[in-house]
Design a protein around this ligand. Structure first.
Ligand code: AMP
Ligand code: GLY
Length: 432
């Protein structure tokens, strides 16, 4: 059977998913809503917003879609799966990759995620949740903790809802501003938690609600500057594999975190079919969950997809059907390094509409479009994060060398990138 696929989203993550899906012999017609110039070189773009559920439903019906793959979290948290699958307008079985509103709460509410972890004995930072009426208690709780202080808005806040500060006054001000409406209803509750000291890593599974396939793990680089300096961004690069994720660490992740999470979802009656992203902290060799996401990571996906040897479309179809038992996901031994080119000024103010040139010299790098548009037939910048350049090599060193030997050939006005992606992992003590 061939699948007509509709991919939702418009970033580098979705371009990487599209690139992988497009390689599948099972792919029929391919659509993206809204997509971007890179995605739409592989799929037919449909203008519109991923928040427009009626448009998505109409597209599914009109284009005879067999499978919807949802890139970002917002539609999932908003209940897109439930909306589509319960629609009387559907003419046939629809496969949907992504959880329903219930499972998506793992990302949609930090308090929900924390309670879920405590119910299932999954290691995470100690915490307490407060609502706006409990501000004084929240302040008292904060004052009783040791710095650095971690204060989080409960709901989705476009990645900006976490404030970490060594300074009590700043943490108190953060608490005040969240309760004061800085993140709107996402800040109706606040989670205050213990600071976890360690190194972050991202694990991913694709689950059918009972079993799961492990994807390659990855590490992202969140801050704008070399040496992890400066403000947080949507991600400046990624690597896969991660040297400390050896068999011993990974088996702890599986036994203590992945297995109890999937079993927990199942035992609570959430029929979760889709990706789970485990944002973990490695604290002295033991993994702790920082956060769950109910989608793939960006820019991790740009390093993860090139390392999958088997057919992701077949895996996603099986997961969406609820039976992954016949599937085996092949992870390639090569290493991937991704470096993001951003527009000067990002993550603060930056310009848009600058022509991008030099892409014809990028091979053998894979170029994923993150924030681009077409203007008069030319590729121009349209976002802060513009391009994700990925190399696959025999080692992290080789892949890194490949990215950095070519990146300067790709240009747009004010382009900026980090120059140290992968270095910390290459120099990881005890790395084989
Ligand atoms: P989150 O949105 O929960 O992933 O938090 C954003 C970032 O804040 C994470 O990727 C970590 O870098 C950091 N972070 C969150 N919670 C903690 C914690 N308890 N201890 C240390 N760092 C944290
Ligand atoms: N790279 C982190 C995320 O996608 O949330």
């Amino acid at each position: 059977m061939k699948y007509n696929v509709l991919l939702l989203g418009s970033g580098g993550r979705e371009h990487a998913l599209a690139w992988k899906i497009a390689q599948s012999p099972l792919l029929g017609n391919f659509y993206a809503l809204p997509g971007n110039p890179g995605i739409n070189s592989l799929a037919t773009g449909i203008p519109g917003s991923v928040g427009d559920f009626d448009l998505i439903l109409n597209t599914v019906v009109e284009k005879d879609i067999d499978m919807v793959v949802c890139g970002p979290e917002d539609p999932l948290v908003g209940g897109l799966r439930d909306f589509l699958l319960s629609s009387p307008g559907l003419k046939k079985e629809l496969l949907f990759v992504g959880p329903g509103r219930d499972g998506a709460e793992l990302e949609g509410s930090k308090d929900f995620a924390k309670e879920f972890m405590s119910r299932h004995g999954i290691p995470t930072a100690a915490y307490r949740t407060f609502s706006a009426g409990q501000k004084d208690e929240a302040m008292d709780f904060l004052r009783g903790l040791r710095p650095p202080y971690v204060v989080k808005a409960d709901g989705l806040a476009a990645g900006k809802g976490v404030i970490i500060s060594p300074d009590l006054k700043e943490a108190e001000a953060a608490l005040d501003s969240i309760f004061g409406g800085r993140f709107g209803s996402a800040g109706a509750k606040v989670v205050i938690e213990e600071y976890l000291d360690g190194v972050e890593v991202s694990y991913f599974v694709l689950t059918d609600g009972h079993g799961w396939l492990m994807l390659p793990e990855a590490k992202d680089y969140k801050r704008i500057g070399d040496g992890d300096k400066g403000p947080n961004t949507g991600g400046m690069g990624s690597v896969s594999p991660v040297p400390f994720c050896d068999a011993d660490f990974t088996s702890k992740v599986v036994d203590r975190i992945i297995a109890p999470t999937v079993r927990g979802l199942e035992s609570e009656g959430m029929d979760y079919r889709g990706f789970i992203f485990f944002g973990l902290m490695n604290c002295g060799g033991d993994p702790y969950v920082i956060e769950y996401n109910v989608r793939m990571g960006d820019p991790e996906t740009e390093s993860v997809m090139p390392r999958i040897g088997s057919d992701l479309l077949a895996h996603m179809a099986a997961a969406a059907r609820g039976d992954l038992s016949s599937q085996r996901l092949e992870i390639l031994p090569q290493s991937a390094v991704t470096c993001i080119m951003v527009s000067g000024g990002y993550p603060d103010k930056y310009g848009k509409g600058y022509p991008v040139s030099g892409l014809e010299k990028a091979a053998p790098l894979t170029v994923f479009n993150a924030g681009t548009a077409l203007k008069d037939g030319r590729l121009v910048t349209s976002g802060g994060r513009v391009l994700a350049l990925t190399a696959l090599g025999g080692s992290l060193e080789e892949a890194r060398e490949e990215v950095y030997s070519r990146i300067d050939g790709i240009t747009f006005e004010g382009a900026f990138h980090r120059s140290d992606i992968a270095l910390d992992m290459i120099n990881w003590p005890g790395r084989k």
